[in-house]
Write a protein that binds this ligand. Structure first.
Ligand code: SF4
Length: 88
């Protein structure tokens, strides 16, 4: 009998951007003080699809300041339509 074990994450935290209007000294990601390297919408959705394929139950979108990402809501909707809980 072949038993296959597949490890999948139950929760994912995606730092979707390092862009932030603030520069808090306690920021663990040094957001606002490093290049933002923002992905465009097609690449963001490709990453979203790769995360969906891992079938996590929850995805937390963090950063940086996720609300400065123009396509944030399209990404969140992609997760939500896939039955994955999304938090910011
Ligand atoms: S991401 Fe949060 S902690 Fe980091 S600089 Fe921005 S507001 Fe401050």
């Amino acid at each position: 009998m072949l038993v296959e074990m597949v490890c999948v994450p139950s929760d994912v935290i995606w730092d979707i951007t390092y862009a932030c209007p603030l520069r808090c000294i306690h920021c663990y990601s040094e957001s606002g003080r490093r290049p933002t390297r923002q992905l465009g919408a097609p690449d963001l959705l490709r990453v979203a699809d790769a995360l969906i394929a891992m079938r996590p139950s929850d995805i937390a979108i963090a950063g940086g300041e996720p609300l400065v990402v123009p396509d944030l809501f399209a990404v969140a909707e992609r997760f939500s339509r896939s039955g994955i809980s999304v938090t910011l």
